[in-house]
Design a protein around this ligand. Structure first.
Ligand code: SF4
Length: 358
């Protein structure tokens, strides 16, 4: 791989740690238009792991270290095949439902969050639980509970069947109606058009969600908005970066699994912001060489559940085929971190205290 110039705007803060090695040897930024025939990769930043995914994966690893295998995990801890398979090799067992976990065992709830009924099932099954729900998903759950208490009709913008939507809806099933995109707005029915609020899944397309909100506001002019964005910082930042990359890319590759909402949205966002072609791949093995025909500039990003090792694999694969000139495109910086789930923090603290006393 040759140079990796950083194309942040002049007022952007320092670079993210994941790209620091690439940036260390970076020459000056090149011009916007590549020389004819030049093969280059525009590497979007931020990309990959968000703070919620990082926390969930570390929670499973720490639980395996702390309590030993097996540790049960309800649903894929994050939507990424590689991550799930790696944790399985270490002793995690993924289950669809809590009643598959033997009585007395430990179960971790995934980053997407669960409905209160799932906590209740775990209590009935006498399971020890560790809740790795992303704090930003928990924030939406709390908003749902609050607006339901105030007797609002809650219009939850999201994708039908997505785990996060199922979990959030379960907080206030009698008050929540799912709105799956702008076309679904005409199907919505509410009790009182003056007492309606919208909330959203955290991993949606920012642009499409605002389209849905506009359509809802046309029907319900007094529609209340949530106090702060429900689409999380990580989803927004990755979409901002891919938009900048897409404007110059003949082809955009997004590393991520097909069931990862935020990864799928990245491909859609790239295609709607200038990329001539775009594909979602789990890893380098899924790239079709035919996609590279006539391509000069390739944009590359990864979803919030994707470890950087998979992006490295794609960069190596591209470098072997002549795309070894990598520029980092970083319109925003990111430093978010979340502390581990409280159940783990408590046990890790008491273990540390015991070691100190020994
Ligand atoms: S994508 Fe956003 S909401 Fe989902 S786990 Fe990551 S930070 Fe949390």
């Amino acid at each position: 791989m040759t140079g990796t110039p950083d194309r942040r705007p002049a007022d952007a803060p320092e670079s993210a740690a994941s790209d620091s090695a690439r940036e260390a040897d970076a020459p000056e930024a090149t011009s916007e238009s590549p020389a004819p025939g030049r093969r280059r990769v525009l590497l979007a930043a931020p990309r990959g792991y968000c703070a919620g995914v990082d926390r969930a994966v570390i929670a499973v690893e720490k639980a395996l270290e702390q309590y030993g295998a097996p540790i049960y995990v309800r649903h894929e801890i994050v939507h990424n095949k590689y991550v799930v398979q790696t944790l399985e090799k270490k002793g995690a067992i993924f289950v669809e439902e809590t009643d598959e976990v033997p009585q007395g065992e430990i179960v971790i709830f995934s980053a997407h969050g669960v409905a209160p009924t799932v906590h209740e099932e775990a209590r009935r099954g006498k399971l020890a639980t560790i809740d790795a729900t992303c704090p930003l998903v928990t924030k939406v759950h709390k908003e749902a509970v609050r607006y339901a208490k105030e007797d609002y009709d809650i219009l939850l913008i999201g994708h039908e069947g997505h785990e996060e939507v199922i979990g959030t809806s379960g907080e206030a099933p009698d008050h929540i109606t799912l709105v799956d995109g702008p076309k679904d707005v005409e199907n919505v029915e509410v009790r009182d058009p003056d007492k309606v609020v919208w909330l959203s899944q955290t991993t949606l397309s920012v642009d499409e969600t605002m389209e849905t909100v506009d359509a809802l506001k046309n029907r319900y002019p007094n529609l209340l908005s949530p106090p702060s964005d429900d689409i999380c910082y990580a989803t927004q930042n990755r979409q901002t970066a891919i938009k900048q990359v897409a404007a110059e890319a003949d082809l955009v590759l997004v590393v991520g699994s097909k069931n990862s909402s935020n990864s799928v949205r990245l491909v859609e966002t790239a295609l709607s912001h200038g990329a001539k072609d775009g594909h979602l791949v789990d890893n380098a093995d899924e790239i079709d060489e035919a996609w590279l025909e006539g391509v000069s500039t390739i944009g590359l990003s990864s979803g919030a559940s994707v470890p950087e090792v998979l992006v490295d694999g794609v960069l190596e694969w591209l470098a072997e085929r002549g795309w070894d000139d990598v520029e980092i495109v970083k319109p925003v910086d990111e430093h978010m971190q979340f502390s581990l789930p409280k159940e783990l923090r408590r046990d890790l603290r008491s273990e540390a205290a015991e070691k100190l006393r020994a």
